[in-house]
Design a protein around this ligand. Structure first.
Ligand code: C5P
Length: 238
């Protein structure tokens, strides 16, 4: 049965989960997506949220080198119908390209999501889908920057203070019309971006930022793991 969110069917929407990073800054023994918070891996938290969006056209997960079977086991246990698992690449862009290569027909909108943003609320996925449907080439959630931002030179001397009113720290999922995302991934002149929206920018496309959510933070450092534990604990007592 296809569930509707509002009057929106998700049958033509796919989600790519980029889960193939090594996660060296987190300092664990496993790739970051398989590191645990309160006994559950980041990938399991992430897949659990997405599995709640019933009726999706496809879910494709890019797995870390050497951990394909572990990721397949998690997806088989938590997703119905099952997610497709592909080998990740040496960069995030390569991992996403590998996932796009197995995308089935009938998908019009692709969301690319970091497994490391494991606590992103489902509403953020739905907001991104709605904004892509409203017509942007690319949609990314973002939050206002709270710190004062300085640009520095190689010696650490401040060059200038960057006005922060117009700055956003961006999150995932990043949403795209499928043909737009496929086109930038095929274009050999577009590279060097750390995210897919950056590739759209580089190709001259319009990228729209919508409000993000604090829970969609990226688990990157040991400190983030403490925040994640606090979040999981507070959710379980509500
Ligand atoms: O390294 P960083 O934290 O920016 O990675 C963001 C997301 O991209 C993570 O979820 C990570 O697993 C994923 N990634 C990937 N393939 C890579 C590198 C990162 O799927 N080669």
């Amino acid at each position: 049965m296809t569930s509707n969110y509002g009057d929106r069917s998700l049958r033509s929407v796919a989600i790519v989960i980029a889960a193939a990073g090594r996660g060296e800054r987190l300092g664990g023994e496993l790739p970051k997506a398989l590191e645990q918070v309160a006994g559950v891996s980041l990938l399991e938290y992430c897949v659990h949220v997405i599995a709640g969006m019933r009726g999706l056209g496809a879910v494709v997960v890019a797995a870390p080198d050497g951990y394909l079977a572990d990721v397949e086991e998690i997806c088989a246990r938590l997703t119905k119908p099952g997610a497709t698992v592909v080998a990740g690449g040496s960069t995030r862009t390569e991992s996403v390209s590998n996932a796009l290569a197995v995308m089935p027909d009938g998908i019009d909108i692709v969301l690319v999501h970091d497994a490391a943003r494991a606590f992103t609320p489902v509403e953020q996925f739905l907001d991104v889908i709605a904004a892509v449907e409203a017509g942007a080439d690319a949609v990314i959630p973002g939050l206002a920057v709270v710190d004062t931002i300085k640009e520095v030179d190689a010696s650490g001397s401040v060059l200038r203070t960057v006005p922060r009113d117009s700055l956003r720290g961006v999150q995932t999922p990043q949403g795209f019309r499928r043909e737009t995302l496929d086109a930038v991934h095929r274009d050999e002149n577009v590279d060097g971006a750390t995210d897919d929206a950056g590739m759209i920018e580089a190709s001259g496309g319009l990228v729209k930022v919508i409000p993000g959510h604090p829970d969609a933070f990226k688990v990157t450092t040991p400190f983030d793991r403490l925040i994640a534990l606090a979040l999981v604990t507070s959710r379980s007592v509500q």
